[in-house]
Design a protein around this ligand. Structure first.
Ligand SMILES: Cc1cc2nc3c(=O)[nH]c(=O)nc-3n(C[C@H](O)[C@H](O)[C@H](O)COP(=O)(O)O)c2cc1C
Ligand code: SF4
Ligand code: SF4
Ligand code: SF4
Length: 604
């Protein structure tokens, strides 16, 4: 099927990203095709299986074009009513339109939903629009035009100059300028050279790269071919974790289509430049995202980091000059080449041009994948895009950059979000994970979660990381169990310094950051655990008790029915009581009580 670009063309996009697929979007798509056929509309209305819209919690998502009507949580059974009421009758199905939490109004068009209003979808511009398995859709949106331009009009040096002038910074974490890195690899006079795409994406909760690969694989491939031409490589490796089967499948399809169109392989577009890309599946270890470990893994070795220098640009894969970039970095390249460095610099901030893609999650009303201009404030992300904190609770902190990132309290909500200002504040862009904590989050518990991840994922090569992270986790566990010592905070700081200084790779060097940043901003909370045996957020089970306030309890019995430990007793319409010896402190009674009658007290 070719891509119809007529603005009046009627078509329906159904998300086939991992999120929507797991909530039955393929069945919704099949039902839609069937229904259109039975109504005789299948010739007139196209059904397009697209990539992710980012708003996965609302899936399966369906958008009717050209009117842009946004349907959420569509089930196969509801397809008939959409076809009959909307497509035949011209009347959108009200109850399937998006409704903001706490608001009575349904919102019809997808760009009018708060979640999308402040977004600027450039990198994700094709996700949710094109069928990623159909190269014609990509070609119809100027796909491979940048490659054509590069091969027919530009020298490799000009390509590198353009990417450098755009100040495109790598989106894998550290934000190193892509053009400068390409320049280093070009300069090394040794062949063969390799282009490597880092699609390991091991941060818990992050799925930015996966979405780009699933929804717009050709843009990554095109960026990698351009990088190959620029540095003088003939092969590229796309290292993607095996837990991303859909991304790998779509990449395979896209690579085949690119080969069939003469965009990969021998003598690309008759330019004399030959280049091909191999997919390498990673086994899913976080450390394999570190570039030297990644290359060891491609070589068939155990994925462990090695010292740098030499940097990959000098001696990388099989000791040959190599260029490693993140998925998003490559995907920006065709856009930079087509629209020019000045266009790219007009977006975002002076030192961090362009947009940033985040996975917004945690205690926030609207969660999902977002693309926003660099320079937007944290407050705008949390309150305008994310819709604020659920249940009118108080915001407490935001963790950016995943397990190697940092955490910022309310005082930082108005800082602009870009590589440098986040770093200055003690957090980082990292890969783009953003977790919101509200007043009910215990910051010591929060830090413990990230440290446990580091302990599991440390490759064990160097003692400061291997042993330091375990010792730090033990201290955090002790504190949350009410066994903390006065000396613990000093010991945490001492261990952190040792890990930062003595670890070989950034995993060990940055792992203490979530702990150190929570300690910096929430030291009083740590001290309450240690000195008063008290958890101010009421979360650490060893330090809290659940009791029922007799005056508020209506005796509805809901809590007793939900308590798996049979710790709650009482007659109907009479105040209930919790037996502290039987109570497991799971917190369910407080959650289900509609009368706020369950009180959490700390210390016990
Ligand atoms: C423990 C660890 C994990 C990493 N994981 C990733 C990853 O999943 N994806 C990624 O692009 N970069 C990751 N990085 C950063 C890479 O080592 C490298 O800097 C990056 O791929 C370079 O690409 P960029 O310049 O486009 O950002 C990781 C680094 C460390 C230390
Ligand atoms: S810092 Fe940690 S992950 Fe990195 S090489 Fe050392 S032990 Fe391995
Ligand atoms: S759910 Fe609340 S009101 Fe109902 S019995 Fe339990 S404590 Fe009382
Ligand atoms: S906290 Fe859990 S175990 Fe304890 S009384 Fe409530 S529901 Fe039962």
């Amino acid at each position: 099927m070719s891509a119809n670009t007529d603005p009046d063309h009627r078509w329906i996009a159904i998300c086939m990203g991992t999120g929507c697929t797991s909530s039955a979007s393929p069945e919704v798509g099949d039902a839609l095709v069937e229904e259109l056929k039975s109504q005789g509309l299948d010739e007139e209305i196209e059904v397009r299986r697209t990539g992710c819209f980012g708003f996965c919690e609302q899936g399966p998502i369906m958008v009717v074009y050209p009117d842009e009507t946004f349907y959420t949580r569509v089930s196969p059974r509801q397809v008939k009513s959409i076809v009959e009421s909307h497509l035949v009758g011209g009347e959108p199905v009200e109850k399937l339109l998006y409704k903001d939490p706490g608001s009575a109004d349904r919102i019809e068009k997808w760009h009018e939903i708060g979640f999308y209003r402040k977004q600027q979808r450039i990198l994700l511009g094709n996700c949710g629009v094109i069928d990623p398995e159909n190269i014609d859709h990509y070609l119809a949106r100027d796909g491979y035009a940048a490659l054509d331009k590069v091969l027919s009009e530009m020298t490799p040096e000009q390509v590198i100059d353009e990417v450098t002038a755009a100040r495109l910074r790598g989106r894998g974490g550290a934000g190193f300028p892509a053009g400068v890195k390409w320049g280093f690899a070009r300069k090394t006079q040794d062949w063969p050279k390799y282009v490597i795409c880092n699609a390991d994406e091991g941060d818990p909760g992050a799925f930015m790269d996966r979405s780009v690969l699933e929804g717009d694989p050709h843009s990554v491939i095109e960026g990698m071919i351009i990088a190959g031409y620029a540095i003088g490589a003939q092969s590229g490796y796309l290292y993607c974790r095996a837990e991303y089967p859909l991304a790998i499948q779509r990449l395979g399809i896209a690579l085949d289509q690119a080969r069939q169109h003469g965009l990969l392989g021998e003598d690309i577009l008759g330019s004399g430049f030959s280049y091909d890309i191999i997919i390498k599946e990673g086994a899913g270890a976080f450390v394999c995202g570190e570039e030297t470990a990644l290359m060891a893994s491609i070589e068939g070795e155990r994925g462990q980091p090695r010292p740098r220098p030499p940097y990959p640009a000098v001696a990388g894969l099989w000791d040959q000059p190599s260029n490693v970039n993140n998925v998003k970095t490559y995907a920006y390249v065709p856009r930079v080449i087509m629209n020019g460095a000045e266009w790219f610099k007009s977006l975002g901030t002076e030192s961090s041009p362009g947009t940033a893609v985040f996975a917004l999650t945690g205690m926030v009303n609207r969660t999902g994948l977002i693309e926003v201009p660099m320079g937007i404030t944290l407050r705008e992300i949390i309150y305008d895009v994310g819709g604020g904190i659920p249940n009118n609770r108080q915001f407490k902190a935001i963790q950016t950059g995943g397990p190697l990132g940092g955490c910022l309290p309310e005082a930082y909500l108005d800082i602009p979000v870009d590589f440098d200002s986040l770093q200055k504040a003690g957090a980082v862009m990292g890969s783009g994970g953003m977790v919101i904590a509200d007043e009910t989050t215990c910051m010591v518990e929060f830090a413990k979660f990230f440290m446990r991840f580091t302990c599991d994922e440390s490759c064990g090569k160097c003692p400061p990381c291997r042993i330091g992270s375990i010792r730090m986790l033990e201290i955090l566990e002790r504190i949350t169990e009410g066994e903390g010592k006065q000396s613990d905070l000093e010991e945490i700081r001492w261990l952190a310094e040792g890990m930062q200084r003595g670890s070989l790779c950034a995993l060990g060097q940055l792992a203490p950051q979530p702990v150190i940043s929570t300690l910096q901003h929430f030291e009083a909370e740590y001290r309450a655990h240690i000195e008063d045996r008290r958890c101010p957020a009421g979360k650490c089970t060893a330090l809290i008790n659940f009791t029922i306030v007799a005056e508020l309890c209506t005796g509805c019995m809901v809590c007793a029915r939900n308590c798996a430990s049979n710790a709650i007793t009482g007659n109907k319409k009479e105040p209930h009581v919790i037996d502290p010896d039987l109570c497991e402190r799971c917190g369910l009674c407080a959650e289900v009580c509609n009368f706020d009658a369950v009180l959490i007290t700390s210390p016990r």
